[in-house]
Design a protein around this ligand. Structure first.
Ligand code: HEM
Length: 479
């Protein structure tokens, strides 16, 4: 049964399905990468499938990535696709609750709090947070749940660095519970059932209101204080003005901070967890990373890791980069088509009302661009003058990795774990600082080996790709 349904010859082909309305939801949900790849072989780079009554048109391959990420604002829109998921958690007046030009302003404001000067302050904070967390792995050796550990380290370090010391001080009691309640209402379920009367949604809304009030009290206290304000994200946002001259309101400051925390939490904790799982399997690579640390820091393990050292750790950089190639936490991005949109060089028109999807995870595994694409091989990034995260963010979408003779840049780059175009991630440099600092500190604290159940499978049931439970490693404390 391979006849291709095509509701209209100018529209992309439609993936066959058996169950009306539900369509391909189950097979897509179980493993989206496999589903997209399999259907790409049948239908080509552009096709539509039905998912719970919605028509999803995917644009695949490097040209598909480009069509998606560089779509005109009037053609395809992110807020229509993401608002039901994000607005209840982030709150009003930020990100997908505002017109795109305001989001662009807000991203600019947030970048003002993610500077090299800020990172210099953050690195020692992150080291201390990780050391404090792992004090609980105090036996000489044992088995630890690495995903649980990384989720906690990332939330501690991100709240401390991004949300400020006041919020971090409340993390162990009030804020941890509020965060958990907000997070439980931030799931794929929200896409499909945004307004069911679920208890989890009620807890999410209550937690958001309390968190918002907490931010307001901190902003008020900072304003009333005669001390110089701390050099952090909250201060950067409190001093930000939109292009029309209006200052960010206090509510928007608080809500944008919640948005940044949520955007970075699962993406960064999943990436750090996968990176450690890969390292636990590769003692020679761990030794090479320790050698790199010795070169950057000297032999004395007491020398504190600083931002400047991290920048020199190119192999560590490549480990993160390769982890993001094989295990990008976000495997699919979405937009809503607002008016008929031409794709595939004029071959197809995607009707208004369809959702548009993209998955650079597929080009990241494509043998055209990556030799032995399924192998975890960080050194592939050392041979081709790849830019560091910092250089890449500065250059925006102009970066060219130079894959042999194939030069692909901007949104045609096959490697896009942080997206491209107007919605490109602003957290990349911070994520690299955070993940590299955690990994470098872990390598100082522990020798690693795989857990008793080996390397975990991928679990696609949450918003990011997580290791299936139990994600464990075996550790031995180093002297
Ligand atoms: C956007 C990935 C960490 C804040 C994105 C997008 C991707 C992504 C793929 C584009 C989404 C789209 O086009 O629909 C990642 C990964 C991370 C990470 C893989 C870590 C490994 C962070 C962190 C922050 C952050 C730490 C905040 C400090 C944002 C923001 C956007 C974004 C504000 C822009 C959304 C928009 O313009 O629509 N990220 N991200 N991300 N990310 Fe990240």
């Amino acid at each position: 049964y391979r006849s291709i349904r095509r509701p209209n010859p100018s529209e992309p082909p439609m993936v066959n399905y058996w169950i009306p309305f539900i369509g391909s939801m189950v097979s897509f949900g179980m493993n989206p990468v496999q589903f997209l790849q399999k259907n790409r072989e049948i239908y080509g780079d552009y096709y539509t499938f039905l998912m719970f009554g919605r028509r999803m048109t995917y644009c695949l391959g490097v040209d598909g990535n480009n069509a998606f990420f560089n779509a005109r604002l009037a053609d395809a829109n992110a807020e229509e696709a993401y608002a039901s998921l994000t607005v209840p958690v982030f709150g009003e007046g930020v990100v997908y609750d505002v017109p795109n030009h305001m989001l662009m302003d807000q991203k600019r404001f947030a970048k003002g709090g993610l500077t090299a000067d800020a990172f210099r302050l953050y690195v020692p904070i992150i080291v201390k947070e990780v050391e404090d967390y792992f004090a609980r792995w105090h036996e000489p050796s044992g088995v630890g749940n690495i995903h649980e550990a990384m989720a906690q380290c990332i939330v501690n370090t991100a709240t401390h660095c991004l949300m400020g010391r006041e919020i971090r001080a409340m993390m162990d009691d009030t804020v941890a519970q509020l965060y958990e309640d907000m997070d439980k209402g931030f799931t794929p379920l929200n896409f499909l059932f945004p307004s069911l009367p679920l208890p989890a949604y009620r807890r999410r809304d209550r937690a958001h209101a309390k968190m918002s009030a907490l931010f307001q009290s901190i902003i008020d206290a900072r304003r009333a204080s005669t001390d110089a304000p701390p050099d952090d994200m909250m201060t950067a946002l409190m001093n930000s003005h939109y292009k029309d001259g209006r200052r960010m309101s206090d509510k928007e400051v608080g809500n944008l901070m919640i948005a940044l925390l949520m955007a970075g939490q699962h993406t960064s904790s999943a990436t750090t967890t996968w990176a450690i799982l890969y390292l636990a399997d590769r003692p020679a690579l761990v030794e090479a990373l320790r050698e790199e640390q010795r070169k950057c820091l000297g032999d004395d393990l007491a020398t504190p890791i600083a931002y400047e050292h991290l920048r020199d750790m190119r192999l560590l950089d490549a480990v993160v980069r390769e982890t993001l190639r094989l295990r990008p936490p976000i495997v699919t991005a979405m937009r809503k088509v607002m008016r008929p949109m031409t794709v595939a060089g004029g071959k197809y028109v995607v009707p208004a009302g369809h959702y548009l999807g993209s998955s650079p995870a597929l080009t990241q595994l494509d043998p055209t661009y990556f030799k032995e694409p399924l192998q975890f091989e960080p050194t592939r990034w050392l041979d081709n003058n790849s830019a560091t995260a910092d250089e890449e963010e500065t250059a925006g979408d102009q970066v060219d990795y130079g894959f042999g003779t194939i030069k692909l840049s901007g949104a045609r780059n096959p490697y896009l774990p942080f997206g491209a175009g107007r919605h490109r991630c602003i957290g990349e440099s911070f994520a690299y600082v955070q993940i590299k600092t955690i990994l470098a500190t872990m390598l100082r604290l522990f020798d690693l080996a795989p857990g008793p159940k080996g390397f975990p499978e991928m679990d696609f049931t949450s918003l990011v790709v997580l290791p299936a439970k139990p994600a464990q490693i075996t550790y031995r404390r180093r002297q």
